[in-house]
Design a protein around this ligand. Structure first.
Ligand SMILES: NC(=O)c1ccc[n+]([C@@H]2O[C@H](COP(=O)([O-])OP(=O)(O)OC[C@H]3O[C@@H](n4cnc5c(N)ncnc54)[C@H](O)[C@@H]3O)[C@@H](O)[C@H]2O)c1
Length: 331
């Protein structure tokens, strides 16, 4: 391949190389968090673009470790797709050569995004969970993100029961049917939001709400993975033990943590980051109340998982190679 060529990697290729490889995704995401903590990454603020019916985010990033990678995640979110039976989000990743800047690959990043999000949540949960398995995991929002959360949490902490809460009963039922067929050892049960919050050992929020709707949570020691970032009122955040992926990122874009930091005028309610837990810089002591993990989700995680995909598809015959994609200016 010349450095003017470009690879195009479809979502089905990504699926074929990542399916059943939760170990590789977890390792890539762990290393990306540690690289970020070590100052080896760049991850400027997400740039949003709002259009009629949807929103887009441009997320450039780089990792400058032994296998440097530079790229951008361009993700569209159209909630209206759900009514038509489609998925809300579509992500595309563009990778550039770290030495010359030339484009190298265009990749469907939708599954990568879901898996890296779920892997990050599972890594954090494993670090603060009281035991090596979970009797119950509550999932609020029965979309593809929480499905991957179940996959990754179940990989690191085998789950017995999954309590499902969604505003749309049809989505709950479809999700439960998927769980029964793919995870026969896990028992799904439709629940209310209150039941989930009262009883699950850990609760993952992956809804599509944009305004906080939960103004109190039970004062018991359980873990909330606040993946959708905007369900919990700032007062709930302020009263909990908080872990984030990156303080600056999560204190932006009107997340619940951002709103809490504005109300309080500081970020001292954030105890540390997932990388701090991984490195031992933060010694977690289980509080009497909830622990809330709010991962903003940096594109370095997508690039880290993408490296796995690029490695595993390097000579795959089904990757589309566009010869001389980059034409240059001078003929
Ligand atoms: N933090 C990160 O790194 C990261 C990465 C990817 C996606 N996300 C977020 O994860 C969320 C879920 O993504 P998805 O693609 O699975 O979404 P989706 O739109 O497919 O599904 C969301 C589900 O939540 C349900 N819902 C909405 N409000 C609810 C409420 N109040 N109570 C219960 N259910 C409710 C909807 O009915 C829907 O079924 C989105 O908010 C997305 O922005 C975060």
């Amino acid at each position: 391949m010349s450095d003017h060529d470009l690879s195009i990697i479809s979502g089905s290729m990504v699926r074929s190389v990542l399916e059943g490889r939760e170990d590789l995704v977890l390792e890539a995401v762990t290393n990306a968090y540690l690289a970020h903590a070590a100052g080896q990454t760049r991850s400027p603020r997400t740039q949003p673009l709002f259009t009629d019916g949807g929103r887009f985010f441009a997320m450039p990033a780089s990792i400058a470790d032994a296998q440097p990678i530079v790229g951008v995640k361009w993700v569209g979110s159209f909630v209206g797709n759900l009514a038509a039976g489609g998925e809300r989000a579509s992500a595309t990743l563009i990778v550039n050569d770290a030495i010359t800047g030339r484009p190298m690959a265009v990749v469907d990043g939708t599954l990568i995004s879901a898996k890296r999000t779920a892997a990050g949540a599972a890594i954090a949960l494993r670090l603060v969970a009281p035991s090596a398995s979970l009797d119950s995991l509550g999932l609020v929002g029965c979309g593809p993100i929480n499905y991957e959360v179940l996959r990754f949490v179940n990989h690191v902490l085998p789950v017995k029961n999954v309590y499902l809460a969604d505003l749309d009963p049809a989505r709950t039922e479809a999700f439960a049917a998927r769980v029964r067929s793919e995870f026969p050892a896990v028992t799904p049960q439709a629940s209310t939001l209150d039941e989930v919050l009262e009883s699950a050992d850990a609760v993952s929020f992956a809804t599509n709400t944009s305004v906080p709707h939960i103004h109190s949570v039970p004062a018991r020691p359980f873990v909330i993975l606040h993946i959708s970032l905007r369900d919990l009122a700032p007062s709930v955040i302020a009263g909990a033990y908080n872990i984030v992926d990156d303080v600056e990122h999560v204190c932006s874009a009107r997340t619940s943590v951002h709103l809490a930091s504005e109300e309080l005028g500081h970020t001292r309610f954030i105890r540390g980051t997932i990388a701090d837990l991984l490195s031992g810089a933060l010694r977690y002591e289980r509080p009497d109340g909830p622990t809330i993990v709010s991962p903003f989700g940096m594109a370095i995680l997508d690039l880290a998982v993408l490296r796995v995909v690029l490695d595993r598809t390097a000579s795959h015959p089904e990757v589309t190679r566009v010869a001389n994609f980059r034409g240059g200016v001078w003929a």
